[in-house]
Design a protein around this ligand. Structure first.
Ligand SMILES: [Zn+2]
Length: 485
């Protein structure tokens, strides 16, 4: 659209619909194993989840409990009574011909997530829908045949839909990053997009900047990484802007993201909700969440990542950067706090050792802070030994590895292996005499004025003493011997 030769400026309007696979052991309405990752097709199924006639669903209470935790984390209002409904549609991966979901009386209503954006702003994303439902199966085309796997039928999901509050592809990515962090933090989902534990459809439209109406939106499906969500939304925003610029209309299509070719393909024109003919599920009782059950579920509700990050800044005086990393994952945040308490000194020092050295060890071993053998108390002890001058920091770093691989207390390793720093003048002096005798050329250059060689001499001494010499003492003796002889 051109107005007097000016190009129209647009605003993006984005809402995200996420399906979160809960990490329960069994499915939502039967006792089949919920997680079928890598299992052969149709091995975790029974008459209930394959919709045989005459069977009755029984609600898994763990699904309600995990749903309540999420509702609380999303600042939603948890409902005392909610109902299951049948959402009717036909698809080969849906053997019952309907999906058991929640419609007008869901587990929770309202809610929001304030998502911090790089650069310091934050986006208030409202939650329009939060309900429990069962998953459908999977179909795929292979060798000209349509194959169906029912393993995923009846896997518990929370569907969560945001308001149209997100304003760019980058914001959509940030929302998903924060949601994923939150889901893992409260322990209700592995939230791995590649494994389908967290799935996202994006509703996308554009409107002239400053307008107060909404244009038709398209729905992008089948995106299975945060990067792909971002790319697909960016492409679709560009396409819609071009359509409006050329005075064409945007229709309410459903689009499918093709990861390999990085293009969006039209799937179908979108169904409206009325097509599903929802009605109450007659085989299930209403979900009654009485006060004692609710209190029990929420009794050890954790401090959430963003609150904890702010507390790390105010309580321990950590920089924003450190706090962000340390609250990336809950066991890491716990590790930091436990080490700091055990250490009793400057928390920033623990943060440095943790971020620079211990996290590298965790990444190399593929373990989390909750799994690493090196305990928070061991880390604190090693940092303390460096502070006190018992060992130097090079030895301290080697000691981290050794403590981790043996599980032995660091002070015992130091005494067993004779790692303690040698600050004994006589011992260092003996080595210096050796070094000077072996390096006549360097001694001559130094005496002729090339004093920058001091670092090299200290290095030679450290090498001979396997890093255990106190560098300051060595330097003092070297200066004394070279400058006054
Ligand atoms: Zn089953």
């Amino acid at each position: 659209m051109e107005v007097y030769g000016m190009t129209m400026e647009y605003e993006a309007i984005i809402g995200l619909e996420t399906h979160i696979q809960l990490n329960t052991i069994t499915k939502i309405f039967c006792s089949c194993k919920a997680d079928s990752w890598m299992d052969p097709p149709n091995t975790n199924i029974c008459p209930v989840c394959t919709g045989m006639p005459g069977v009755l669903p029984v609600l898994n209470e763990k699904v309600v409990e995990k749903g309540v935790l999420l509702a609380k984390a999303m600042n939603a209002e948890i409902q005392k009574i909610s109902f299951f409904d049948r959402k009717n549609y036909f698809y080969p991966d849906l053997p019952k011909g309907y999906q058991i979901s929640q419609y007008d009386r869901p587990l929770a209503t309202g809610g929001f997530l304030d998502v911090p954006m790089p650069g310091g702003n934050s986006r208030h994303v409202s939650i329009w829908k939060l309900h429990m439902e069962e998953d459908a199966g999977k179909t795929k085309n292979e060798l000209g045949r349509r194959l169906i796997d029912f393993n995923r039928c009846g896997v518990p999901l929370i569907e969560m839909v945001t308001g149209p509050d997100i304003r760019s592809a980058g914001e959509a990515a940030q929302y998903l990053i924060r949601l994923r962090q939150l889901l893992r933090w409260i322990g209700i989902s592995e939230a791995d997009m590649e494994k389908g534990h967290l799935r996202c459809d994006a509703n996308v439209s554009v409107r002239p900047l400053g307008a107060d109406y909404l244009n038709p939106k398209t729905e992008i499906k089948n995106v299975n990484s945060i990067e792909a969500v971002k790319n697909a939304i960016e492409k679709e925003l560009e396409r819609q802007k071009k359509e409006y610029d050329a005075d064409r209309k945007v229709e309410a299509w459903t689009l499918e993201w093709d990861e390999d070719s990085q293009v969006l393909k039209k799937m179908r024109s979108k169904e409206t909700e009325a097509d599903y003919r929802y009605f109450r599920e007659p085989d299930l009782l209403p979900v009654v969440l009485d006060d004692s059950w609710k209190q029990n579920i929420l009794s050890d509700f954790p401090e959430l990542p963003l609150e904890r990050k702010l507390r790390f800044i105010s309580e321990y005086g950590l920089p924003d950067y450190d706090s962000e990393i340390l609250t990336g994952e809950r066991t890491l945040a716990d590790y930091f706090e436990n080490s700091t308490k055990s250490y009793g000194g400057d928390a920033k020092k623990i943060s440095n050792w943790l971020i620079n050295d211990v996290m590298r060890m965790m990444n190399a071993a593929g373990v989390t802070a909750g799994e690493i053998k090196l305990s928070p108390a061991h880390l604190a002890e090693i940092v303390r030994m460096v502070d006190e001058g018992t060992i130097n920091s090079t030895t301290g770093k080697a000691l981290l590895e050794k403590t981790n691989s043996t599980g032995m207390p660091p002070n015992q390793i130091v005494s067993d292996d004779g790692l303690a720093k040698v600050s004994d003048d006589a011992a260092i002096r003996r080595v210096i005499i050796e070094v000077l005798a072996e390096s006549p050329k360097e001694v001559e250059s130094y005496k002729a004025g090339k004093t920058t060689l001091m670092g090299w001499f200290v290095g030679q001494v450290m090498k001979k003493m396997k890093g255990k010499a106190d560098a300051q003492t060595a330097k003092g003796i070297l200066e004394e011997m070279l400058d006054h002889n």
